[in-house]
Design a protein around this ligand. Structure first.
Ligand SMILES: Cc1cc2nc3c(=O)[nH]c(=O)nc-3n(C[C@H](O)[C@H](O)[C@H](O)COP(=O)(O)OP(=O)(O)OC[C@H]3O[C@@H](n4cnc5c(N)ncnc54)[C@H](O)[C@@H]3O)c2cc1C
Ligand code: FES
Length: 290
């Protein structure tokens, strides 16, 4: 059996800083490596010799094999070293790891993608996958928010894909800094991404919701979704925890009794809200277990 701790070699085909501190990578397997099968929502442990490794989501869809796309935000040791890489450099990847989105459950349904900040990175994989196989899925709505326009990822691509594949895309920012034509480009939406839920067409009770964003965002998003009639069994969210092994051995990623590296990072409403410490809950939130 292959050693699960041993990374395989991938070549960096392209690296671009798409917004400040966020680096978009295109990677191709080295000659000895077979391109792996994966699901949207899965991740790899990305490593650099002598630096370390960190979990990084897959941002491209399985429908476009041959290269993998990722987006790395420079926050620390490994991501800092990644930001200094050049085309032609080599990185290690272990994976794909984690469970990914339940495509069987999404098939035939409308899909609502709800993203905050860097949460758009794994959801881009899901959105493109569904857009590439439109006959298998219903309508797609993408609601995406960030603090400022400058922090929104993939905006031009989202609108291009939306126009070509009939995906309804809505963007919103918390602060209109007014320095990059926000009103002209996206209308005048200022607020929280949860404000956009009320405008989604379709049958909420039968729609699948995929969310990824900062932890505090989930509490408000779930509350709004339940108020609007979305089904608890069809609400899925992504949870990020510090990881080491990524394969359910070391316990670093445990939350309650769950290892988020193998049982996650994608959890449904019931798992997320019934596991202590998984999502921020407040005493008296009546919608949590009802
Ligand atoms: C399933 C999963 C998927 C992920 N996908 C992505 C992705 O697609 N893209 C992405 O960019 N990230 C992603 N992450 C997050 C990423 O793995 C972490 O940000 C990771 O820790 C980065 O590694 P690093 O070595 O660069 O940072 P680290 O050095 O581990 O630093 C991590 C954090 O700790 C803080 N920190 C570091 N050193 C210090 C210090 N001395 N004192 C105080 N604070 C410090 C940093 O500011 C930073 O916020 C994902 C995480 C998970 C679990
Ligand atoms: S990271 Fe080791 S058990 Fe999950």
């Amino acid at each position: 059996m292959d050693n699960p701790y041993l990374p395989s070699d991938w070549d960096l085909m392209e690296i671009r800083e798409i917004i400040p501190h966020h680096f978009f990578l295109t990677l191709a397997p080295s000659a000895s490596v077979t391109f792996p099968a994966f699901r949207p929502g899965q991740f790899f442990q990305l490593s650099l010799p002598g630096v370390g490794e960190a979990p990084i989501s897959i941002s491209s869809p399985p429908t476009r094999p041959g290269t993998l796309e990722m987006c790395v935000r420079r926050v620390g040791r490994l991501t800092g070293a990644v930001s200094r890489l050049k085309r032609g450099d080599r990185v290690g990847l272990r994976g794909p790891l984690g469970n990914g989105y339940p495509l069987e459950l999404i098939r035939g349904r409308d899909l609502v993608i709800l993203a905050g900040g860097l949460g758009m990175v794994p959801l881009r994989s899901l959105m493109m996958h569904v857009a590439d196989t439109p006959r298998e899925y219903g309508n797609i709505t993408v609601l995406y928010g960030a603090r400022t326009e400058g922090e929104l990822l993939f905006t031009d691509e989202l609108f291009r894909l939306g126009a070509r594949r009939g995906i309804h895309v809505e963007l919103i920012v918390q602060e209109n800094t007014g320095d990059s034509g926000y009103r002209m480009r996206f209308g005048s939406r200022v607020g929280f991404v949860t404000d956009l839920i009320q405008g989604v067409d379709g049958n909420p009770a039968e729609s699948f919701v995929a969310m990824c964003g900062p932890p505090a965002f989930y509490r408000y998003a779930v509350k709004e979704l339940l108020t609007r009639g979305y089904s608890k069994g069809l609400i899925y969210l992504s949870l990020e925890r510090r990881m080491e092994c990524g394969i359910g051995k070391c316990g670093h990623c445990s939350v309650g009794y769950r290892y988020t590296c193998v049982e996650g990072p994608i959890f449904n409403y019931w798992d997320a809200f019934n596991t202590p410490e998984m999502v921020e809950m407040r005493e008296g939130d009546p919608w949590i277990n009802s």
